[in-house]
Design a protein around this ligand. Sequence first.
Ligand code: GDP
Length: 317
Amino acid sequence: MKVVALAGGVGGAKLADGLAQILLADLTVVVNTGDDFDHLGLRICPDLDTVCYTLAGLANPLMGWGRMDETWHAIETVASLGGPDWFNLGDRDMGTHLERTRRLRMGQPLSEITRVFCQAWGIESLVLPMSNDPTPTIVLTDQGELPFQEYFVHQKCIPKVTGFRFEGSSRAVPAPGVPDAIREADLIVVCPSNPWVSIDPILAVGSIRASLQPKTVIAVSPIIGGKTVKGPAGKMFTELGFESSAKAVAGHYGKLLTGFVLDQVDGDDEDKIHSSSLEVLVTQTMMKTPEDRKQLAADVLSFGYKILSDKIDRKEK
Ligand code: GDP
């Protein structure tokens, strides 16, 4: 089975890792780059790096982002010299940003740089940025418009959200490889990433959303028992006037979905979400260990396989 996974950072990377353990080169991960920004003269791509470090087994297991065995001398030096230290960058991680920035300045596209890095890190699955064109996410808040990292890291998600803008996304071109991967995929998996600021920016790029319409698309809820495991997705749903629930996540994606996976603690909602056009799987979706990631990936793939087989059966009748 050929699979395309859409992913943000921490939640997305964990399921992408489970899928990669099973599918190897049959998996393409299309990653959000709406969070990317320039800082300390470096181009930083937080979600791409989280996905790559996780697939390469280099990620910090406690934080879920950044690298294991990290030291912080460079950022401490920046702080001691009066520079900004609100965005934590480890020394090893900074090496990635230095080399990426150098290559970008030489004119290499982000997708090509990512390919080179993935090869160096021994990643078998294909990891693609959603686009080589910058499409920065702007968070609309009660304190005005904030660039994503200003809202997310500097202001710790405290401002109340009223909406989002993905600058330049309708004119942006999907990165080379993205349209082909989607066309050739049997199954699209929307990872349990933040729907508002990790998945929506991907769907907003050029024709990506339209290209998913004819596909079999399964989303995994990032909201378990009404709460996010980490991050502001639940808070965003509430501030935008929705309930913070798996059901609201399914509603958010709407007609895009063929299947939806929710956690067993939300099993009571199965009947409320299930419809003639939306299949539902209830399973354990909390990924605490690498085995949990693989198990959830296996559950999602069998669910996808069943939906695809049922479709073929219906066609043959
Ligand atoms: P970010 O860009 O680093 O915020 O990463 P993502 O958008 O990919 O992930 C954030 C989302 O992942 C949050 O809404 C979390 O609730 C969700 N998440 C994190 N870990 C898990 C997990 O183990 N299971 C599920 N179902 N969701 C998770």
